[in-house]
Design a protein around this ligand. Structure first.
Ligand code: 13P
Ligand code: SF4
Length: 338
């Protein structure tokens, strides 16, 4: 590849979000990615919502809490994050001296985007006595305005760690917030954000599907709307859903979360049947369009040329680190992470 082609492509990264360079179609990308991992002492972390090929080549696949924990303890020089922007940003917050790469910088998150920092700052100012617990699906700027971060795996424990008389703002997911309010009995002030993927499930179609599959367990992620959660047999983070599906004696599961998780469920329990919960129209809207911006080709290119890279001002990083550290401490004390 000529230096000019690569330089031109690098310059385009900011506009396009990824390196756009032709790859020899004969190249074995799995082999190349393994080679680059070794040569560069790079670790590849992937979320369950990534496409199957990316999950299969990753060193670690997990939910947001597991991925943050892996990012916090890795000895690698480079963290390649196959996930969305806020996840790679979180890895950078925890690892200022490591290079953090994201295959496509435009892999965002509708939930994180639903909380712009200037608006959230005004909102927070209306509740001076409240502390802010923010779901990890938010920007570094929102993290910096928060007291504690949580994920769907530890949110209940995080809320329970706050004294009952202390009022709480929960941001940015109103569905997760409402679910947690019900579970913990805490009356929290909720920011009005939501995930476009988890809000798309059709209650009517799920109900019909349950009738057609009477033995199936219906399992759902807590980012889903209340009406969907009300009919769920089990509610949990992606890792918790996976564990439940593998360990439960049922043979059929209707799964209300992003479809990427089905790959791992099917791998871990090959004889069971996993049915994606249907969205409220015929689109594939339960595929997260942001997560799916990452491809094996973009992953290979970002590892080969070490771009796009996540960077952030040190002042912002330090402000965002504090509530992340609080989350890690509470999670450790609760035995949720080692
Ligand atoms: P978890 O990884 O905590 O299950 O959250 C799912 C999600 O929406 C990530 O974007
Ligand atoms: Fe964001 Fe929803 Fe996609 Fe997760 S699934 S990255 S919360 S838009």
């Amino acid at each position: 590849m000529s230096t000019t082609t690569v330089e031109k492509a690098r310059m385009e990264v900011n506009r396009r979000g990824f390196l756009d360079i032709d790859i020899d179609p004969e190249l074995d990308l799995f082999h190349e990615i393994e080679r680059l991992k070794k040569e560069k002492n790079a670790v590849l972390l992937a979320h369950y919502y990534q496409e199957p090929d990316i999950q299969d080549v990753a060193d670690y696949i997990g939910d947001s809490l597991g991925l943050a924990q892996q990012a916090a303890k890795t000895q690698a020089d480079i963290i390649v994050f196959a996930g969305v922007h806020f996840m790679a940003e979180t890895a950078k917050i925890l690892n200022p001296n490591k290079k953090v790469l994201l295959p496509d910088l435009k892999a965002g998150c509708s939930l994180a985007d639903s909380a712009p920092a200037p608006l959230f700052k005004q909102f927070k100012a209306k509740y001076p006595d409240h502390i802010v617990i923010s779901y990890i699906n938010c920007s570094a700027e929102i993290k910096a305005l928060s007291d504690i971060i949580c994920t769907s795996s530890n949110a209940e424990k995080i809320i329970e760690s706050v004294p009952p008389e202390q009022p709480i703002i929960f941001a940015p997911d109103k569905n997760l917030g409402a679910y947690l309010s019900k579970k913990t009995g805490r009356d929290m002030v909720l920011w009005n954000g939501a995930c476009m993927v988890h809000e798309i499930f059709s209650l009517e179609k799920i109900t019909k599907l349950k009738i057609r599959h009477p033995q199936a367990k219906f399992i759902a992620h807590p980012e889903c709307e209340d009406a969907v959660l009300q009919i769920a047999d089990y509610i949990g983070s992606t890792t918790q859903l996976l564990k439940y599906a593998v360990n439960n004696e049922a043979q059929e599961f209707i799964v209300a979360t992003e479809t990427g998780i089905l790959h791992q469920m099917q791998k871990d329990a090959p004889h069971k049947t996993f049915i994606p919960a249907p969205p409220n129209n015929s689109c594939a809207c339960n595929d997260c369009p942001h997560m799916k911006l990452n491809t094996l080709e973009k992953l290979y290119l970002c590892m080969e040329y070490e771009t796009p890279e996540i960077t952030m001002p040190e002042e912002l990083r330090l402000a965002a680190l504090k509530p992340m550290q609080r989350m890690m401490e509470i999670s450790k004390a609760a035995g949720l992470i080692g």
